[in-house]
Design a protein around this ligand. Structure first.
Ligand code: AMP
Length: 588
């Protein structure tokens, strides 16, 4: 049990770099970059993976998106490249999708800024010319999807004979998408002496077999598989909102508006984020104070004091800064970022939920982090309800209700005698209801009820880019092709075999089910599973596509979470399979 103190702890990062990262053996320039990014301490996967990777060992890491795995492999990779001889390229990072290639490429560039490491991102759908040009000029690190990497290897524009480090990121996804042969072919081009790191959210037998073939005495690292000991678990109602990262701020504002917390702790991962969120909330009319390790002790004392005294009702903090503090129990804990581990999640939400009173924990997360949320849910034995972000209509209703309640309370508690006369005089020539409605409108406006909300688009469902899984399919011999489907009229095939589907119909989304034709799946198996388990009629379902390793089912958006939830709990042809919202940029 940690001793709670009433003063914020002294956080050494104010005076130097994060001791947590320094202890892992990272060099000063990387520490300086992490400091600028506002990282206060390593995440569990970073703590475990960085030392062996720095020592040149192969690593088999189990970690989902959101755990900080990118920095876990990128930081030691950058440090090792900076120390060794220059080769072009000296490292190859393989990722399953275009979106991830861009994201990982950006992250590696960010972390390698002080080391001046050059990074090139290669993925399908991008013009070849600039890629060829960049490869010719030479780069230190290539981040690529397997299909495009192989294209370049065959054109001899990508030469891997000098590669010192290879990373396979989200390896399970790469296998799910049918990249196994491509991976073998690519890895064959790399020297036997290279260092290899394989990261995967799950470690099924297929991943173990890849690891056996390509990794040498790997150190296995994993984030906790053991359930978290929660002690006396607070009674906390847990809700999550899944929103694409750029709209998290807007979603936070809506959620706060709906919840109307009397006192809330908003947790962020980095100092930079704490400052941004605090500024954004203050700009939206809230009273928010920041608390993080980049602030001086008196600044942090002041922020905490203001929160304790109720002068501010929102305290936006990093985990490190809030740790060990005697913060009064709060009505709401809000995770602006899903924390990187179950332990941190439990610690955060333990700040609310007094004995006898139910607290509320709200998490805003990116769709890519859903897997981590599910794992946290499992490890903490929690029940997190995924809810749609409140709509503008919900907000309007809530604000009207607040106005009504405020007026009603004034009727009972305020001395309104002096106003009666005014109303009576006006009522001589106007309808009293009209007078009351106009007065209500003014109250509503004064409460900020007419504030315009930032738009939050539905999660992007873009047209699929054709990719490996589709490419490995036999070419359709006719328009109906060889793809099993329920509604051929809603699908079409181009000569390339590329699906030419437009967006799903309005109000429909596609659900990814991680099993397909290789497992003998037929549309009827999926329809049966949904109608039996989710108790929905088959007529509400849209098109179904059965591909080699996965399938897609179009379902009404409003039912998607429920259907996903039920399908996850059921067995399809005797197996539990991954089920989630389909995101082309990741899944194809
Ligand atoms: P990843 O799991 O690699 O996708 O990372 C998830 C997010 O956590 C990214 O936005 C990173 O910038 C952030 N992140 C990674 N490591 C840390 C850390 N040690 N402290 C704070 N944020 C981090």
């Amino acid at each position: 049990m940690k001793h709670e103190t009433s003063r914020p702890p002294v956080i050494p990062s104010v005076h130097g770099f994060s001791p947590g990262f320094a202890a892992l053996g990272l060099e000063a320039r990387l520490l300086a970059t992490l400091d600028q990014l506002g990282y206060e301490e390593p995440t569990p996967i970073q703590r475990e993976a960085i030392p062996p990777l720095l020592a040149g060992k192969d690593v088999l890491g189990q970690a989902a998106t959101g755990t900080g795995k990118t920095a876990a492999f990128a930081l030691p990779l950058l440090q090792r490249l900076a120390q060794g001889t220059k080769a072009q390229p000296a490292a190859l990072i393989l990722v399953p999708t275009r979106e991830l290639a861009v994201q990982v490429g950006d992250a590696v560039k960010r972390y390698g800024k002080e080391l001046r490491t050059s990074v090139l991102t290669l993925y399908g759908g991008q013009a070849m010319g600039p890629q060829l040009h960049a490869l010719k000029r030479g780069v230190d690190i290539v981040v690529a999807t397997p299909g495009r990497a192989l294209d370049h290897i065959r054109r001899q524009s990508l030469k891997l004979a000098q590669v010192r480090v290879v990373v396979l990121d989200e390896a399970d996804e790469m296998l799910d998408m049918g990249f196994a042969d491509d991976l073998d072919a690519i890895l064959q081009e790399t020297p036997a002496t290279k260092q290899t790191a394989l990261f995967s959210a799950t470690l099924p037998a297929r991943i173990k077999s890849i690891a056996q073939r390509h990794l040498t005495h790997p150190v296995e690292v994993t984030i906790a598989k053991e359930p978290v000991k929660t002690g006396t678990t607070p009674r906390v109602q847990q809700t999550a909102y899944i929103v694409a990262k750029p709209y998290r701020g807007a979603a936070l504002v809506r959620v706060l508006d709906m919840a109307g917390p009397t006192s809330a702790l908003v947790f962020c991962r980095t100092r930079v984020e704490v400052d941004d969120v605090t500024a954004m909330l203050n700009g939206r009319g809230y009273r928010a104070e920041a608390l993080h390790g980049g602030m001086s002790q008196p600044q942090r004392d002041r922020a905490l004091q203001a929160f304790r005294a109720g002068q501010t009702n929102l305290l936006v903090a990093t985990d490190v800064a809030a740790r060990g503090l005697d913060i009064p129990r709060v009505s709401h804990v809000i995770n602006f970022d899903l924390p990187s581990s179950a332990e941190i999640y439990v610690h955060r939400i333990g700040r609310t939920g007094r004995a006898g009173r139910v607290g509320a924990a709200i998490t805003v997360l990116d769709p890519r982090e859903e897997r981590l949320l599910r794992s946290i849910e499992r490890l903490t034995n929690a029940n997190v309800t995924v809810a749609p972000v409140p709509s503008t209509a919900d907000l309007l209703a809530k604000r009207l209700e607040r106005t009504r309640a405020a007026v009603q309370e004034a009727m009972q508690t305020e001395d309104i005698g002096g106003f009666r006369g005014v109303v009576e005089a006006m009522a001589a020539s106007h309808d009293p209801i009209t007078i009351a409605a106009a007065a209500m409108k003014l109250v509503f406006r004064a409460q900020g009820g007419d504030r315009v909300e930032e738009d939050i688009p539905a999660l992007p469902v873009r047209r699929p880019e054709f990719h490996q899984t589709m490419r490995t399919m036999p070419r359709p011999s006719s328009r109906t092709g060889d793809r099993d489907r329920v509604e051929p009229s809603r699908l079409s095939e181009r000569p390339t075999g590329r699906p030419d589907r437009e967006r799903p119909n309005a109000g429909m989304v596609r659900v990814y089910v991680g099993t397909g034709r290789h497992a003998g799946i037929r549309p009827g198996d999926l329809v049966g599973a949904i109608t039996n388990e989710a108790k929905v009629r088959s007529t509400v379902l849209g098109g179904i596509e059965i591909l080699d390793r996965f399938s897609l089912i179009e379902v009404p958006e409003a039912m998607a979470s429920m259907i996903i939830d039920r399908l996850r709990r059921t067995r399809i042809k005797g197996h539990r399979v991954p089920v989630r919202l389909f995101r082309e940029e990741r899944d194809i």
